[in-house]
Design a protein around this ligand. Sequence first.
Ligand SMILES: [Zn+2]
Ligand SMILES: [Zn+2]
Length: 395
Amino acid sequence: MALRDLEQAKQTAERTIEAASSALREVSLSIHAKPELNYEEHHAHAVLTDYLAAQGFAVERGAYGMPTAFKAVTGSGGPTLAVFCEYDALPGIGHACGHNLIAISGLATGIALKAALGEGNGTVLVLGSPAEEGGGGKIRMMERGALEGVDAAMMLHPSPGDTAWPAMIALEQVNVEYFGRNAHAGAAPWAGVNALDAIVLAYTSISAMRQQLRPTDRVHGVITKGGEKANIIPDYTSAQFLIRSKSLSDLNEVRAKVLGCFEGAALATGCRLNVVPPPGPAYADVSTNDVIAEAYCENMERFEMRMPSKEASAGLGGASTDMGNVSYVVPSIHPVFGIPTEDGAGNHTPGFTAAAATEEAHRATLRASKALAMTALDLYANPDLLKKAWAEMRR
Ligand SMILES: [Zn+2]
Ligand SMILES: [Zn+2]
C-alpha cells in the first residue's frame, strides 16, 4: 500500500469497525454469557471462527494441535502482522478479565484490516489464543510455529485505565504437596506427621520473606487442600502459589527463595515435599515495542484520547500475560484500555465481570480496536517503521 493512501485506509478501517458494532456486541455478549476455562473454550472458539469465516477469512479451527486455538488469514504478501484474541474466563467469577472484549477487539481489528488493505499489501493473521489465565496458550502456539514469518504482533486488554506501556511482569506458578501421616488428633497426635503444619509454616515463612523482596516482586498463594476433619492429623495438603517479577531472571531468584521456604517447612515437620510440575511454562514480562506503542498513542489521539507517556506508565500494573513471551520473539504491543467500572473494581473481581458486559465497555473496545487497526496500517504502509521496530527489538 502506498503511503499516500494511508489516510483513506484508516478511514475505511474506522468505518468498517463502526458498521460491525452490533454484530461484534452480539459475539461479545455470547462469550460473556458462557464463561469457559483454560483450554475448554469451545463455545468461544466456535463463535469467533464462525464470524471470521463468514467475513471471508481462511480459517483453521483447532489450529496448532490445540482444539480451542485458531488461525484466520486474510490478505497476501508482506509484511505479516498478527493480532491475538483471548477468550478464556476465570473460575467462579466468569469474564472478570474481560476477555470477551479482547476476543472482539481481534475480530474488529481483523475485519478493519481486511477492508482497508485489500490484496497484495500485506497479510493479516487473527490468532485465537486459548488459556491466557495460567495455561500459556500463546507459548504453546509459538512452539508450534504460530509466529513463523510474523513481523509484529499486537493485542488489546481491558483494564481500569489506559496505557500502551502496561507493566506486565514475569510469572510462574508453583504448586506443592506435603505428605505426612494420619493419626487421631486427640488419642495419639504424637503418632502423626502433620501436613497442615507444613503448609502453614511454608505460608508464614513466605510471608516473612516477603519483607526482603523487591517492590517489583510478588508472591501470593492459596491453600488448595488443608485436611479433612479437625480430629484427623492431615496426611496430605496442597497449595498453589504464583511468583511474579520484573523479568524472568529476577523471577528465578525469587523462586529459589520460595522453594527454600517450602523445603524448610518439610524439614521442620518431617513431611515429604513434592513440587508439582507447573501447568504451563513461565510467562515473560511484556517488552513493549516503543516504536509501535508510540504509533498506537498517536492513533488514539484521533479519538480525543491523551495517552500517558512511557515514563508516566512505569510501574503501573503487576499483572502478567503470555503475550510477554511473544514480545521477546517479535516486536509487540499489548496496550490496555480503560473500561468504566463501579467503585473502581479492577480485573479479576465480580465488578469487572459486570463492567465487561456494558455498552460503555463495548464502545471503549471499538475505539481502541480502531486505533490498533490504524497502527497496523501504519506498519503495512511504512516499511521503515517496521524496520525501526525491529532495530529497537534487537537492541
Ligand atoms: Zn486476567
Ligand atoms: Zn486478562
